[in-house]
Design a binder for this molecule. Structure first.
Ligand code: ADP
Length: 158
């Protein structure tokens, strides 16, 4: 069985991310959830905070590891012995950019495959940006994010 990486911004993690994590962790031997620390894009939460929120939200999954990485995802994968990059696809718009990213990554590292998982229809319109927007206007987001994220957003209203 292969070892996989699921990388993203996770600013903050949502039930859409957690659904992909749960499904990918049942397919692959281990799943490394990697918070990409983008030097050009400051998020609401620091990368280490996002990693803590992910760790607090996935406590029951013993083959899932959380890390922060500020390099290319393919380099993380190679260093960690992972051969698969998992991504979630919410629809045709995600597919177009994920397809391009998969081709670029295969050019960087031909031994690594991208594995796309279709979003659960319950979460197919859910994004971290929407969560931040709703939290800003004090809407109920309890159906969109796990409780550690709910609390973190209440403490730091975007
Ligand atoms: P990035 O900025 O790298 O796309 P995100 O945190 O927005 O980071 O997303 C990380 C991954 O999770 C991407 O593959 C994205 O398509 C997927 N994803 C985001 N939201 C959802 C969702 N609601 N359902 C399924 N997959 C999702």
């Amino acid at each position: 069985m292969a070892h996989a990486v699921f990388a993203g911004s996770f600013d903050p993690p949502t039930f859409g991310h957690l659904d992909i994590i749960a499904r990918a962790s049942s397919i692959f031997e281990t799943l490394h959830v990697v918070v990409a620390a983008n030097r050009n894009k400051r998020g609401l939460f620091e990368p280490e905070e996002r990693a803590q929120l992910l760790t607090a939200s996935i406590d029951a999954m013993t083959n899932v590891f959380v890390a922060v990485w500020d390099g290319l995802v393919v380099d993380y994968a190679r260093n960690a012995g992972c051969t698969i990059l998992v991504r979630g696809v919410r629809g045709i718009t995600d597919f177009a950019s994920e397809y391009d990213m998969a081709i670029l990554n295969s050019q960087l590292e031909p031994t690594i495959e991208t594995f796309l998982i279709c979003a659960d229809p319950r979460y197919s319109t859910l994004s971290s940006s929407a969560v931040k927007e709703f939290a800003h206007f004090r809407r109920d987001i309890s159906a969109l994010v796990p409780s550690p994220v709910l609390k973190a957003l209440a403490d730091r209203r975007p």
